[in-house]
Design a protein around this ligand. Structure first.
Ligand code: DGL
Length: 276
């Protein structure tokens, strides 16, 4: 009999987590992966704490049911609003042997090493910026650090609507970036604190002042996962190594396949999945 597949789960509200998945595929090609995008209910960024928590928990349950021993919430909004509650309240009762990890902690660890003057800019959804998760985590690692957050309520919707390359995207990216740098002109490191934002990188680069470092999360989250697996051999051994990726979306798979294939640079197949 074949061994069951026990993939690492990668979850996002929609397409954004593909920016993390792509780097995990590059860094850790041996592992089986499942990507789950809740496109039918994206974006999460303007939703309340309770709703983001409920939606995220449903996805975590589904990924566990699909056999994942380990899940990465490749979504800052879910990491900011749902991760801690899931880790502390839900996981012990569901399955204490499985793990759910987020993207904020690995990001702040990289930021403190990169910034020279301690002035950090954060671009994120309304939920991520309002949660103050980034300033709180950064303050723990580097007391006195200055973090200026700019909520970008439309950016994830622009990406979900397939408009990332449009002139409209350019307009809204410029508006938010100018506003951020008006608040703190000394920012030397800019966190793209939403996994959808690397899809808008050409516009972001156009409007960010020269010399500012722009930190996308894909690479650093993939490296942090590799490090986690090295430090946790008991988990590493439970993640199957067939090098496959399965894609699930709560929306139409046809639309998901079109957008995801363009972004990933190769064709994929996807299946529809219901979470309730
Ligand atoms: N990509 C997600 C994040 O990193 C969520 C964006 C959204 O759904 O609003 O925050």
């Amino acid at each position: 009999m074949n061994e069951p597949i026990t993939p690492i789960g990668v979850f996002d509200s929609g397409y954004g987590g593909l920016t993390i998945l792509r780097e995990i595929q590059r860094t850790l090609p041996q592992y089986d992966l499942i990507y789950l995008g809740d496109n039918a209910r994206a974006p999460y960024g303007n939703r309340s704490y309770d709703v983001v928590y409920r939606y995220t928990l449903e996805s975590v349950r589904k990924l566990f049911a699909l056999g994942c021993p380990l899940i990465i919430l490749a979504c800052n909004t879910a990491s900011a609003k749902a991760l801690r509650t899931i880790q502390q309240r839900d996981l012990p009762g569901m399955d204490a042997e499985r793990r759910v990890l987020g993207v904020i902690r690995p990001t702040v660890e990289s930021v403190v090493e990169l910034s020279r003057n301690g002035h950090i800019g954060l671009l994120g959804t309304v939920g991520t910026v309002a949660s103050l998760s980034y300033p709180m985590e950064l303050e723990k690692l580097e007391p006195g650090i200055t973090v200026t957050g700019e909520a970008c309520p439309l950016w994830a919707s622009i990406v979900e609507a397939g408009e990332a390359d449009s002139e409209g995207a350019d307009y809204f990216v410029r508006k938010n970036i100018e506003h951020l740098f008006e608040q703190d002109g000394k920012i030397d490191t800019l966190i793209l604190g939403c996994t959808h934002y690397p899809l808008l990188l050409k516009w972001i680069r156009k409007h960010v002042p020269t010399g500012v470092r722009i930190l996308s999360q894909g690479d650093l989250v993939a490296k942090s996962l590799a490090d986690y697996l090295r430090r946790h051999p008991e988990m590493e051994i439970r993640c199957s190594k067939g090098g496959t990726t399965r894609y699930y979306t709560t929306e139409s798979p046809d639309r998901f396949v079109d957008t995801a294939s363009i972004f990933l640079g190769h064709g994929i197949t996807a299946e529809h999945i219901d979470l309730e």
